[in-house]
Design a protein around this ligand. Structure first.
Ligand SMILES: Cc1ncc(COP(=O)(O)O)c(C=O)c1O
Length: 369
């Protein structure tokens, strides 16, 4: 008999499926790396901001030393930006780390975690990783049904994950609905409001969730430098919460979870308003370019508030995989979402205009095959 290790709940974890790297697709399909378009991981098509590159170059000299375990300068910059004390901030190795730390800090094995159907895959992984029970609330119009999520909270529930906007569906919950939810959530439940795509919201949808943290002691707002700030490869995210929550997060987190280059780059990117504005403008135009093409091709899509869009590429359960394979052969990498229970759909990140165009051309061909 083969020896098995570890708890059953760990063995039951289905590993996270990341977007395929460019080099892998080039090898697999015999393509030139330079010709490949990757619209698979909601990365910033402009790459790393120049300001962040300069900050990293300056920080290189100190790489022989450990990073600042308390992230003094970065936390200071974030505290000033969000008008909260520095001890309300927890830094993460990407916001993924924040989500994992929250599960470890607040949930015991056997207790329960509430999240929505079609919400970000890491909520399931973080829940499973601590041996907790999943309460998956059916989505409404591909987004969160907050009244149903509230009703699903049990006495043994310790954590609720909400993605706003949500990945992979791009749905958005207006501020008033979230606040109505927060006002009713029992005090023993920590609410993780994951705002990885917040910076892409149009000005009329923007709201200051950090201000809610002052009002709700059980709220943790999670943000990232991976998307709009263009630093996905560096891994920096952060949480804003009151000290009782932050204190536990800091006990669980690894002391040096955010490296020195990442801390330096994040401070620079945080202050690079021009880079953010350029990214937001490109995203808005690129989204219009995508959905105009979907309309022309007669494809259904979920209106998105993020830097990606979910599109239905056929009616049968093999459609997503089939079109994805054809796209890969044509050198275009997007994200299949069969693992989310959406096998007829694909998620496309918004790229530069020419990348979007290459995808649209390849999709048109794939649909005609
Ligand atoms: C909703 C959501 N939350 C969190 C993350 C984690 O991103 P990171 O760990 O790069 O901050 C992602 C990344 O795709 C996401 O879509």
């Amino acid at each position: 008999m083969t020896k098995t290790y570890g708890p059953e709940y760990v063995r039951a974890i289905a590993p996270y499926q990341a977007g395929k790297p460019i080099a892998e697709v080039a090898r697999e399909f015999g393509l030139d790396e330079a010709s490949i378009v990757k619209l698979a991981s909601n990365e910033n098509p402009f790459g790393v901001p120049e300001s962040a590159k300069q900050a990293m170059a300056a920080a290189m000299a100190e790489l022989g030393r450990y990073p600042d375990a308390n992230g003094f300068d970065l936390k200071g910059a974030l505290a000033a930006r969000y008008d909260v004390p520095t001890d309300w901030i927890t830094l993460g190795n990407g916001s993924n780390d924040i989500l994992e730390i929250a599960a470890h800090a607040f949930v015991e094995r056997g207790q329960s975690v509430v999240y929505s159907q079609y919400s970000f895959a890491v909520y399931a992984l973080a829940t499973q990783g601590v041996g907790a029970q999943h309460i998956i609330v059916p989505a409404q119009h591909y987004g969160h049904d907050l009244p149903a999520m509230l009703a699903a909270i049990r006495d043994d529930t310790r954590l609720v994950f909400i993605a706003n906007p949500n990945n992979p569906t791009g749905t958005f919950i207006p501020a008033a609905e979230i606040e109505a939810f927060l006002a009713k959530v029992p005090a023993h439940v920590v609410v993780v409001l994951d705002e990885a795509y917040n910076e892409y919201l149009s000005p009329e949808d923007q709201f200051e969730s950090a201000a809610w943290v002052k009002k709700y002691p059980n709220l943790l707002v999670s943000r990232t430098f991976s998307k709009a700030y263009g630093l996905a490869g560096l891994r920096v995210g952060f949480a804003i919460a009151q000290p009782a929550v932050t204190d536990l997060m800091n006990r669980i987190r690894q002391p040096f979870n955010v490296n020195s280059l990442a801390q330096a780059a994040a401070i620079a990117a945080l202050n690079d308003k021009a880079f953010l504005a350029r990214g937001a403008a490109n995203n808005k135009e690129g989204y219009q370019q995508m959905v105009a093409a979907f309309d022309k091709l007669g494809l259904e899509y979920v209106p998105s508030h993020g830097n990606f869009v979910l599109v239905k590429v056929g009616d049968d359960a093999g459609a997503g995989a089939r079109i994805n394979l054809s796209l890969l052969k044509q050198g275009v990498i997007v994200r299949p979402v069969g693992g989310y229970g959406l096998p007829e759909w694909l998620r496309i990140s918004i790229g530069l205009p020419e990348e979007n165009e290459a995808f649209i051309e390849a999709l048109t061909k794939a649909l005609a095959e």
